[in-house]
Design a protein around this ligand. Structure first.
Ligand code: PMP
Length: 304
């Protein structure tokens, strides 16, 4: 996957520059210790232009992440949003994935960052690296202990755990991992939140051991609009295996079907599940299209 070419423009440290000309310091605290914070954001082609989905939520979270990590970072959400639209405009991107990252300067000590640098990178969205139906395996790697990290912050160092879990799943012939928390309850995927359906109710892990995603919040808003009961709770892989349906959700994945967990398939045809309904409603929402929920929901209930 090529993320940039010789013409790609990024925002970096106060100016728009070519991606190929931008560099970070090899003595950066971020590189050595995973001490950087970032976001993953989508923009969609709408009405001949582009619209960033939930820009405020993403940039509020970036500022929260920088703040709990005690990084010097003073940009407002409005400034960050403006800079992102300008980055998209300069590259002529409408359908894009946007990756802002805050990196810290050279510093080998284990104290807070001295100076931070903001980069806003973007590339055209192709969806090519995501499966549309995933066979998932419970990981032997657990999510970090929440008393050791700010689980609600999106910090680069947390992703070492995600890489271990995802690669383990792939090495064993699966598409993706499911990570448990340190007490053995289901937490999340390496880069996505998880839901499952049983008896007309959706279940998702409560906050505390997860990155509570912006997509997860959107799914819950949609459940509210569609009168789908959803419970934030603790559950084990045993509760989830063989349930009616399962899905992962995240900014990049959107809503993606789980085919099986630990080789046990989900019971319903995806088309007849609440997951499929949420998937269609999510797509309509990001594209700012009307979603005929009543008609869709009735069809769903008739066949489920
Ligand atoms: N959990 C983890 C570990 C993630 O990396 C992501 C992706 N940011 C999510 C959940 C989903 O978050 P969001 O919906 O905000 O993209």
């Amino acid at each position: 996957m090529m993320y940039y070419n010789e013409n790609t423009i990024i925002y970096f440290n106060g100016e728009f520059v070519k991606a190929k000309d931008a560099h970070i310091d090899l003595y950066s605290q971020s590189l050595h210790y995973g001490y950087s914070v970032f976001e993953g954001i989508r923009s969609y082609p709408i009405n001949g232009g582009t619209k960033i989905f939930k820009a405020k939520e993403h940039y509020d979270r970036l500022r929260y992440s920088a703040s709990v990590m005690k990084m010097p970072f003073t940009h407002t959400t409005e400034e960050l949003t403006e800079l992102t639209y300008e980055t998209l405009r300069r590259n002529n991107f409408t359908d894009a994935y946007i990756r802002p990252i805050v990196v810290c300067s050279a510093n080998m000590s284990l104290t807070k960052g001295i100076e931070s640098h903001l980069a806003i990178e973007a590339w055209e969205w192709t969806n090519g690296y995501l499966a549309n139906k995933m066979r998932v395996k419970t990981s032997s790697f657990r999510r970090p202990n929440p008393s050791g990290f700010y689980m609600e912050a999106k910090v680069s160092g947390h992703y070492v755990n995600s890489i271990l879990a995802c690669q383990e799943a792939k090495d064993n012939g699966y598409d993706e991992a499911l990570l448990l928390d340190n007490q053995g309850f289901v937490a999340e995927g390496p880069g996505a939140n998880v839901f499952y359906e049983k008896g007309g109710v959706l279940f998702t892990p409560a906050k505390g051991n997860i990155l509570p995603g912006i997509t997860r919040a959107t799914v819950m808003e949609l459940c509210d609009e569609l009168n789908i009961p959803v419970k934030e709770t603790r559950f084990t892989p045993d509760d989830m295996r063989g349930a009616d349906c399962g899905f992962y959700c995240g900014t990049a994945a959107e809503v993606v079907e789980l085919a099986s967990l630990d080789d046990v398939p989900f019971r319903l045809q995806w088309e007849n599940s609440l997951g499929s309904l949420i998937q269609r409603a999510y797509k309509a929402k990001v594209m700012e299209q009307d979603f005929n929920s009543k008609q869709d929901l009735n069809t769903n209930l008739a066949v489920a």
